[in-house]
Write a protein that binds this ligand. Sequence first.
Ligand SMILES: Cc1ncc(COP(=O)(O)O)c(C=O)c1O
Length: 380
Amino acid sequence: MANCIFLSPPHMSGEELKFVHEAFESNWIAPLGPQVEAFEKEIASYIGARGALALSSGTAAIHLGLRLLGVGQGDTVFCSSLTFIGSVNPVLYLGATPVFIDSEAQSWNMSPQALERALQDAAKNQCLPKAVIVVNLYGQSADMDPILGLCEEHGVPLLEDAAESLGAFYKGKASGTFGKYGIFSFNGNKLITTSGGGMLVSDDIEGLKKARFWATQARDPARHYQHTEVGYNYRLSNILAAIGRGQLCVIDERVQRKREIFETYQEQLGSIPGVSFMPEASFGRSNRWLTVMTMDPKVIDQSPWGLVDYLTERGIESRPVWKPMHLQPLFAEARYYPHEERRSVSDTLFETGICLPSGTAMTDEDMERVVDAIRKYMMS
Ligand SMILES: Cc1ncc(COP(=O)(O)O)c(C=O)c1O
């Protein structure tokens, strides 16, 4: 739509078509092919992992990662509560039960304090989870050291949902490389996109080989079609991988621009009483995938929900913060560990937060339009 400012639309580098042409010229249109292999190598090398497996979505990558960790019927999996449903649906695909862990205030990600209580309870009841899924929200890494320490102490493996955090770092190490397995998403609104796609990454080459087998309908190595295990059609096509390669060429520029957008919002709006922005924890460097602003209801009469509507009427797309999983009707029966016994950080973030347009192709004029509209709303 003309004149609309979207939340985080695709931003092509111009290099994508070069790789897509290569794919056409070699007639590698059908699934798999050299672009897929190259994209996997390039992502692995960018983050410093030993291997990568290109898949049809980030959700598919989580599904395969959990299956590699042995998650199955009747198991429990501990998950960040403040996230998109794609982090958790695969737990249900495997017949397991999620237990939700709150966020802490410095990174908005999994609270080590709440995780510790949850693991202690589970150990006491001899029902430790089969895995922990930690999410790096809006492009910022969770506090991995204490989380990994707790997981190691209890012998529980970690899967890192880095769907939103490609290009971010934790203590100088790339996001996505902390768990036994890590995943990325390349859906249309992510930092880089293949229109739809995902990646499973790991140093566990044997595991990735197994996941590759499952992702290609688990076809046994026989001349005829033979299957002894359940599989999926989860591979990324050669054409989409070509788009991903063109996107990866400019990832550092994209992170830079996302961070500039965040800084502009903060400079322009940060002095309004009651307005704050998602903090950047001292342990990491966020890719600032989305700029998220909070509005303190004790200071500001207007609500973030009202702001979303106000902006929509002016052709500007914004979104509420993810509704935490423990508040979803789907998980009404699920157990939840808040940051402190009587203080849920993610509930407050959901009630007070709003994701602002953060597309890297936004012009200075676009940003001015958004900032002006927010100011006017605050004064209304
Ligand atoms: C935190 C998080 N996890 C998982 C997913 C799922 O990725 P996909 O949409 O590629 O399946 C997304 C994004 O959509 C996400 O933001």
